[in-house]
Write a protein that binds this ligand. Structure first.
Ligand SMILES: NC(=O)c1ccc[n+]([C@@H]2O[C@H](COP(=O)([O-])OP(=O)(O)OC[C@H]3O[C@@H](n4cnc5c(N)ncnc54)[C@H](OP(=O)(O)O)[C@@H]3O)[C@@H](O)[C@H]2O)c1
Length: 334
């Protein structure tokens, strides 16, 4: 099959990708998986961050792997223990980070509990654009908020951000979010009630000056790094701070995560800091997201779309950190 391979080395990820002209093997299938003829995928920051850790990357990834964790396509083979899906069903879903057999390939094996059916009329590019990011935003919001709550979403214009703003609104929250000046109109169009421009000055100062007190905070950006430790005056006691993005996959990011955890324990649950956690069974979340998409309550924001041969360029776009919504890659089948 056609498929991209990542070979571990010290170079930045796009340089370590290859599209072998003779193809790559169609992956094996486990009993609990389905094999999907993939139509589209998107790139997520985790697709390159784990592959750019130098020696650590080379120690973890000993052989070629295929990146890409969003998939949408047609079922072509069903594992012996799968009862919910049959050949020709159209599904979408997400793989765990750093898969061996990922979405940048024509055929992808995926656990049956990590997909949901695609309702008639919805398009593959839209499904993959609500996959990982929608599931992450849902996990950061749905268990914690109720209608009327005031929510702050740090970073409302990236892949997770555009989902988080919309999902928080669907769940009935009052939403304040941050982004750069160029994206203020975008996040307003998604439903944000108040927008803070982080290029206009410190977000911490802007929130404090506004006098706002939030019931819940979701941090997609991971910057400023001290946002959690400064949140006492603007997160109500017992409110939760959910970290989605961190400052970097490096010592600074590790220090940020550990520092926040220690500060959270020190606060004795007054302002609890947690790292976002996806549920083990994803079908229910994906069914809900697809339903909202079909009803027009949720819309996708696609920054750019690339053809299968243009994956390196697609990664360069994502790596700018400035993508408005999702970077989509079409999977060619000719
Ligand atoms: N833990 C998980 O399960 C999980 C899952 C998915 C993603 N993530 C992480 O979450 C983070 C976001 O992912 P993503 O897919 O949304 O990335 P993304 O699409 O690359 O996000 C880029 C966006 O971040 C915004 N941004 C950059 N600096 C900002 C700042 N200082 N304040 C506010 N917004 C800022 C930019 O908006 P402007 O151009 O407007 O600045 C840009 O639109 C990444 O670190 C990713 O690794 C974690």
């Amino acid at each position: 099959m056609k498929g991209w391979h990542f070979y571990p080395s010290s170079n930045p990820l796009p340089q370590n990708l290859s599209l072998p002209p003779t193809g790559i093997p169609i992956p094996p299938l486990k009993e609990t998986e389905i094999l999907v003829r993939n139509h589209s995928t998107t790139l997520n920051p985790i697709d390159y961050k784990l592959f750019e850790l130098g020696l650590i990357t080379r120690l973890i990834f000993r052989k070629a792997t295929t990146p890409g964790i969003d998939i949408c396509g047609t079922v072509v083979k069903v594992g012996a223990k799968v009862t919910k899906y049959k050949i020709d069903d159209v599904v979408y879903g997400s793989l765990p980070p750093a898969p061996t057999y990922g979405g940048l390939a024509q055929y992808v094996p995926i656990a049956a509990h990590a997909v949901a059916p695609v309702p008639a009329g919805l398009k593959a590019d839209d499904m993959v654009s609500i996959g990982v990011v929608g599931m992450t935003a849902y996990a950061a919001l749905q268990p914690f908020i109720k209608p009327g709550d005031k929510v702050f979403i740090n970073g409302g214009s990236g892949g997770v951000g555009v989902m988080a703003v919309q999902i928080a609104k669907i769940l009935g929250a009052h939403v304040t979010t941050s982004c750069s000046s160029a994206n203020i109109e975008l996040v307003k169009s998604l439903g944000a009630d108040a927008v803070l421009d982080y290029t206009a000055g410190s977000i911490v100062t802007q929130i404090k000056d506004s006098g706002a007190v939030f019931d819940h905070i979701v941090d997609n950006a991971g910057v400023p790094v001290d946002l959690y430790q400064a949140c006492g005056p603007f997160l109500r006691p017992k409110g939760k701070y959910v970290q989605v993005g961190i400052a970097g996959f490096n010592l600074a990011g590790l220090r940020q995560g550990l520092g926040n955890k220690i500060a959270s324990l020190w606060a004795w649950g007054k302002w609890e800091w947690i790292f976002v956690e996806a549920p083990g069974e994803l079908t229910a979340t994906f069914v809900q997201l697809a339903e909202w998409l079909g009803e027009g309550k949720l819309r996708t924001v696609i920054d750019s779309t690339f053809e299968f041969e243009e994956v390196r360029e697609a990664f360069e776009t994502l790596k700018t950190g400035r993508a408005r919504g999702k970077v989509v890659v079409h999977v060619a089948h000719d």
